[in-house]
Design a protein around this ligand. Structure first.
Ligand code: PLP
Length: 399
């Protein structure tokens, strides 16, 4: 029955992961997939997450029966509070509906399906470039894709003028996907003043914001990083927000996230919740318990919350230090080129400026793995591996 099914190409970042696993070299280095690794290059689970998990295991009153279609009520409330802020007027006025989804990707998809079904404008603008899966998620939901300028390859920074021009030229009501902080793959975020200008322009043009938040706390701290979302909510307007706990709690494979829709009134929020249930039920019926229970245990307990914030800060500071160390090492080595963007860019990723051939060379000759667009997962590095990476980069750019 399936003889004529054509073979699909591999998903690029997973292909990098497989190639890395198959490489038998003892010096191999994985800077591909966006996961936080310890100084020893090992997967990292925050201590507070382990403790919360232990509490759950020891709690004999828990069971594994089905959750409601929209997930754990307390998890949704705490997640909304985490991103919108404890005193958010939108929460107080019951204008926000938050539903537990299958991590950031699943939340984006439920949001996309909702917009495709209930929003009048099917055009969605993505930053150029953006997270690889955005295009697939929104295309699968049937939205029409356009892009706005975002990254300037000459400065390795924000093309703010280009961004404003493209958003200014978008047709009224278009949806705009905005990454909240630690932009993937560029590591380039607008400043607070630029966010305010973006907000004014988007509200003026009736452009609909869809925020993707996968790195809250990975740039500065849990509050400062979500300033753009709070700015857009303070004006009383609407938006969608997808949250992921993959990176910020190390819960990647547990698939924990939320979709929030901020509405004009609580009546609208309640109708929207009923519609979200209709979208979720035929897809996977209801979300998984375990990961969201861990998050709930941490967010509801003042002490555990503080411990989590502190552990996250250690991770964030370590990434910033790795940026500085890599930059210094390239400078010391006299590697041609201006590498200052490595320290200017923020969050987990650096778009190095290395091209596909240079990346392929580094993989072949140095067993260093990264995305072919030159994106490097800074959190895959360590002080020990930086000298070797610098050897690889130096050889690649002086070929
Ligand atoms: N959004 C962005 C910008 C990302 O970088 C990622 C993961 O890399 C995600 C969403 C989704 O991640 P997950 O589905 O693991 O939560």
């Amino acid at each position: 029955a399936f003889e004529n099914v054509p073979r699909a190409p591999d998903v690029p970042i997973y292909a990098v992961m497989v190639a890395y696993k198959e490489d038998t070299s003892p010096v191999k280095l994985n800077l591909g997939m966006g996961v936080y690794r310890s100084e020893e290059g090992k997967p990292h689970l925050p201590n507070v997450v382990r403790q919360a998990e232990q509490l759950l295991v020891n709690d004999l009153s828990t069971d594994k029966e089905y959750l409601p279609i929209t997930g754990i009520v307390q998890f949704n409330k705490l997640s909304a509070k985490l991103i919108f802020g404890a005193d958010s007027p939108a929460i107080k006025e019951n204008r926000v509906i938050t539903v537990q989804c299958v991590s950031g990707s699943g939340s984006l998809r439920i949001g996309a399906d909702f917009l495709a079904k209930h929003y009048h404008q099917p055009t969605l603008y993505l930053s150029q470039p953006t997270y690889q899966n955005h295009l697939s998620v929104f295309t699968a939901a049937g939205l029409a894709m356009k892009t706005y300028r975002y990254y300037d390859p000459n400065t390795h920074g924000l093309d703010f003028q280009g961004m404003l021009e493209d958003l200014g030229a978008a047709s009224f009501g278009s949806i705009v996907l905005l990454q909240v902080c630690g932009h993937n793959p560029t590591g380039v975020d607008p400043t607070p003043e630029q966010w305010e200008q973006i907000r004014q322009l988007m509200r003026l043009k009736g452009l609909f914001p869809f925020f993707d938040c996968a790195y809250q706390g990975f740039v500065t701290n849990l509050d400062a990083d979500v300033l753009p979302v709070r700015l857009f909510i303070a004006d009383g307007g609407e938006c969608l927000v997808a949250q992921s706990y993959s990176k910020i709690m190390g819960l990647y494979g547990e698939r924990v996230g939320t979709l929030s829709i901020v509405c004009k009134t609580s009546d609208v929020a309640s109708s929207i919740e009923s519609q979200l249930k209709l979208i979720i039920r035929p897809l996977y019926s209801n979300p998984p318990i375990h990961g969201a229970s861990i998050v709930t245990a941490i967010l509801k307990d003042r002490e555990m919350y503080s411990q989590w914030a502190a552990e996250l800060k250690v991770m964030t500071d370590r990434i910033a230090s790795l940026r500085q160390q890599l930059y210094n090492a390239l400078l010391d080595r006299g590697t041609p080129g201006d590498w200052s963007h490595i320290t200017r860019q923020v969050g987990m990723y650096t778009l190095t400026g290395l091209n596909a051939e240079q990346v392929a060379f580094m993989t072949k000759e140095y067993h260093i793995y990264m995305s072919s667009d030159g994106r490097m997962n800074m959190a895959g590095l360590s002080s020990k591996t930086i000298p070797y990476l610098v050897d690889g980069i130096h050889a690649a750019v002086t070929l």
